[in-house]
Structures are given as C-alpha cells and as structure tokens.
Design a protein around this ligand. Structure first.
Ligand SMILES: Nc1ncnc2c1ncn2[C@@H]1O[C@H](COP(=O)(O)OP(=O)(O)OP(=O)(O)O)[C@@H](O)[C@H]1O
Length: 261
C-alpha cells in the first residue's frame, strides 16, 4: 500500500457563520497525483486550503507525514508545501522571472540575494512552463493562460515535496492542459505528492491516480478512478445525467441528458 502523505481526520471548517466542511476524513497517498472533484461550492478550495495550512479546522486535524500541518511555522510549511491559488494575483509590478523567483524565498537566507542555483531553478521551471521567451515581460502584460502558467512556475520553483494546485488548468489551452498533467505525473513519479482541484472529470480520470469527490462540504468517495467514477453517483452529485466510459482512448465522461432535459 502507498504511504500516506495527508491524513485528514474528522475535519470541519467554519467560514463566517457557515460550516463549509463537515467532518471530512480522508487519506491522500504520497508520491501520487490526486484530483479533488465536485460541483461548485462543494468545498474543494476549502479542503485544499486546509491541506495547505491556510485555514485552521474548527474540529478534527490535518497531518502531513504524521505532523500536524497547523503546528508548522509559515517557513516550515513553505519548505514542504507549494500552493497555487485559484486566482493569480493581479497588479504585481514584477516581470515573469522576478515573480517566479519569489518561489525561491524559502531557500534564501534572510537578506540574501538569489544564487546561481536559484537562477538555475527559475530557468528550469520557465522552460517547463514554456515561459522562457516571456521572462522579462511584466506580469500584467500577459494573457490569462500565460499568467496562470507563471503562477504554476512560481510554485514549481519552490521545489517543495508537496504541490497543491487550485484549478490550475483554468485559462490553459488544450496543449497546455495536457502538458501540465504530464508534468504533474512526472513529478509524482519522482516522489512529489500532488493534489489538484479539477472541474474536467475526463482530464482528472485520465491523469490522476487518486480521485476525491466532494459534495456539500462532505467527502463522497475517494480512491481510484474505477471506484469513484460511478455514473449514478456522479449524476446525483452534479445534478446532471452523466455517462462514464472507459475504452482504448481512456476515460470519457460526458452529458447523458436527452435534448429536452
Ligand atoms: N469567506 C467565506 N465565508 C462564508 N462562506 C464561504 C466563504 N468562502 C467560501 N464560502 C462557501 O463555502 C462553500 C465552499 O466553497 P469552496 O470555495 O471551497 O467551494 P469549491 O468546491 O472550491 O467551489 P468552486 O468549484 O465554485 O470553486 C461555498 O458554499 C462557498 O459559498
């Protein structure tokens, strides 16, 4: 059995007056690509932020390799967990290379300047994200997809063993969506633990080895694609008739609604 990276035990989260995660328990395997699925408002971002230590549970706990995430200092978390938020910050007066270099902060000593190893790490992730030609361009002069790739590159530059990404394929064209999934699979094969929120069920089914399906602030199912992608269950969760197929071309999930549905 794969080692467990994240262990979430009966975790609840309150935001304002609402309980938006209710007693969620799950174990996410180390060294694998996991996808969090579910309809709008299901609690995916909330769970991801809980894993990242950006939210505290009102009840229950979250452990990363046995250590409570909330007991870690910000610096300890930054060395272990890189996080790509759903919305890329706008209006930062930085070039792409300067922005991606921010990912190296956990590796720099106080008041120290980037070393050749930091510049090499930034160069490598700019190449992985096909951003070399835009290194000197300002962030606010990028397209939505280019800015998304810069945010992913910043997180990759952090070289943390755990990578959490909230809807990273937002704004990405098809090629970039597939390239990113392949890159995440390679990182997982090299030992990284990766959790991404995805809305594209077909993309998730064909690339992630562990799927967690959420609805209404609760975990509905967690495991392999075969165990999670049950058409009646998905149709109930999404409130829409869905067909699930798996053949030579991989998984295919599509609407099964009649034209007058
Ligand atoms: N600051 C907040 N205060 C109160 N409720 C909130 C707050 N932020 C989010 N929520 C609510 O928490 C629930 C879960 O939100 P969350 O962002 O985790 O959902 P999600 O599954 O990521 O949705 P989406 O697919 O739309 O991004 C939603 O019903 C949302 O309205």
């Amino acid at each position: 059995m794969a080692d467990t990276a994240f262990e979430v035990h009966a975790a609840s989260v309150r935001l304002g007056a609402r309980e938006v995660l209710s007693s969620v328990s799950l174990a996410l395997p180390a060294g694998q690509l996991c996808a969090l699925l579910g309809p709008n408002g299901a609690g995916k971002t909330t769970l991801l932020r809980l894993l990242a230590g950006l939210l505290s549970p009102a009840a229950g706990d979250v452990r990363l390799f046995g250590e409570p995430v909330h007991g870690m200092t910000g610096a300890e978390r930054a060395r272990r967990i890189a996080y790509v938020p759903q919305h890329v910050p706008a209006g930062l007066p930085l070039t792409v290379a300067e922005f991606v270099m921010l990912g190296r902060i956990p590796h720099l000593g106080p008041f120290s300047r980037p070393k050749p190893a930091d510049r090499a790490a930034v160069g490598e992730v700019l190449e992985q994200c096909e951003l070399q030609a835009m290194a000197d361009k300002r962030l606010d002069a990028l397209s939505g997809g280019e800015r998304q790739r810069a945010a992913i590159a910043r997180a990759l530059a952090q070289q943390a063993p755990v990578l959490l990404l909230d809807e990273p394929t937002n704004h990405l064209d098809l090629r970039q969506q597939y390239r990113l999934q392949r890159l995440l699979q390679r990182l997982a094969a090299a030992g990284h633990t990766i959790v991404e929120v995805l809305h594209d069920l077909t993309l998730a089914a064909n690339h992630a080895s562990c799927l967690a399906l959420m609805d209404g602030g609760q975990l509905v199912a967690c495991g392999s694609a075969v165990s999670v992608l049950d058409a009646p269950r998905l149709s109930r969760v999404y409130g829409w008739p869905l067909a699930v197929g798996c053949g030579e071309a991989g998984w295919q999930l599509a609407s099964a609604a009649a034209s007058n549905y």
